[in-house]
Design a protein around this ligand. Structure first.
Ligand code: PLP
Length: 359
């Protein structure tokens, strides 16, 4: 029996993808071997890799002058790769701080570059994004970094930050493919796979080609975008199984009608959950409505002593992974692409019952 898995990441996968992977596990398309046993240089795997890249490009309408890389090291690796590839040590880089993941990117960035935090949502207790136009990016900044969706705080940018000619870099780990986005407005989009794209072990990096080739000489090869681009992301052995599984997920997204269809579904799922929270005096969500994430919905009960019983009773009812992040407590429901609306309906039904028994 499968549960509804609301874990923030690694996260639920589309069942048809898991079933297809199972059916192909020991013999991929008559090759007589599993994808994980293939040489990454074999025509079979090179084909799998190219098909995944083509699907990513088509689903997100990635312009031709962007490279699409499939790298290891997670989104955390890119916290270092971004300054190492874009900024010489004498430059400064602008960052927006909207929560835990922004803060981690800033902390890592400080190792390599003069970080200037242009907006910090401290005053909103990280429950909002900066107002559009409230910060100004200096024209000599190497880049502007922001976190498109804060997976822990449940705060999502409803707009693309304006930075003039300075490239905008976005950590889209927990929102990529959940709704339409205009890649051409960004210099770099990166996303760890284990939220919305597939299993962990892979990070997709979409980078405008004119930003390649400016890395510091001491950039580690595994984080060097230009070198990876030249080698089709196979400078070293890529995470082949994860790459293949991401390809299957992308194919599934296509079958669902693509990113705009996913966006409509995700909006309906988010409306159902936020609507339940807002109509109740028992549950609450602190995030400013305009900045509410469609993917990660943190919520509180009036008495923290009810949190453990909530999570335990939910698990009993087949609703898994609802404990909030260890740094913030409370509850959190991650409702990525692979979570069907039936799962969200089951959650709101459970929440209504729990409120009646404990409210
Ligand atoms: C999960 C997550 C990360 C970290 O990803 P790793 O693959 O564990 O390095 C970074 N940023 C955001 C927004 C995330 O959700």
């Amino acid at each position: 029996m499968r549960v509804y898995n609301f874990s923030a990441g690694p996260a639920t996968m589309p069942l048809p993808v898991l079933e297809q992977a199972r059916s192909e596990m020991t013999d991929w398309h008559g090759s007589g071997m599993s994808v994980m046993e293939m040489s990454h240089r074999s025509p079979e795997f090179v084909g799998i890799a190219a098909a995944a890249e083509a699907r990513m490009r088509s689903l997100l309408s990635v312009p031709d002058d962007y490279a699409v890389l499939f790298l290891q090291g997670g989104a955390t690796g890119q916290f270092s790769a971004v300054p190492l590839n874009l900024a010489s040590p004498d430059r400064h880089a602008a960052y927006l701080n909207t929560g835990s993941w922004s803060a981690k990117a800033i902390e890592e960035g400080r190792k390599y570059v003069d970080v200037r935090v242009l907006a910090d949502e401290k005053d909103s207790r990280y429950a909002d994004v900066p107002t559009e136009g409230s910060f100004e990016v200096a024209p000599d900044a190497a880049y502007l970094h922001h976190t498109l969706n804060e997976t822990i705080g449940g705060v999502e940018f409803p707009y693309v930050p304006e930075a003039g000619t300075v490239p905008v870099v976005t950590d889209a780990s927990s929102t990529i493919l959940s709704r339409t986005m205009d890649v051409s407005r960004y210099g770099v989009v990166y996303a760890g796979a284990q939220k919305n794209l597939g299993p962990s072990g892979l990070c997709v990096v979409i980078v405008r080609r004119d930003l390649l080739g400016h890395a510091r000489p001491d950039v580690p090869a595994a984080l060097d975008w230009a070198a990876m681009d030249k080698a089709d992301s196979m400078l070293n052995t890529p995470p082949t199984l994860a790459w293949y599984l991401v390809g299957l997920v992308l194919e599934w997204v296509e079958e669902q009608g693509g990113v705009s269809a996913m966006g409509e579904r995700n909006r309906a799922k988010a409306d159902l959950l936020y609507g339940t929270i807002d109509r109740s005096d028992f549950y609450s969500n602190p995030v400013a409505p305009r900045a509410r994430s469609w993917m990660n919905v943190p919520f509180l009960v009036p008495d923290p002593a009810l949190e453990k019983p909530f999570v335990a009773a939910a698990a009993e009812a087949g609703l898994s992974g609802l404990a909030g992040h260890r740094s913030v407590g409370g509850m959190r429901a991650s409702i990525y692409n692979a979570m069907p609306i039936e799962g969200v309906q089951a959650l709101v039904d459970f929440m209504t019952d729990f409120e009646q028994q404990n409210g």
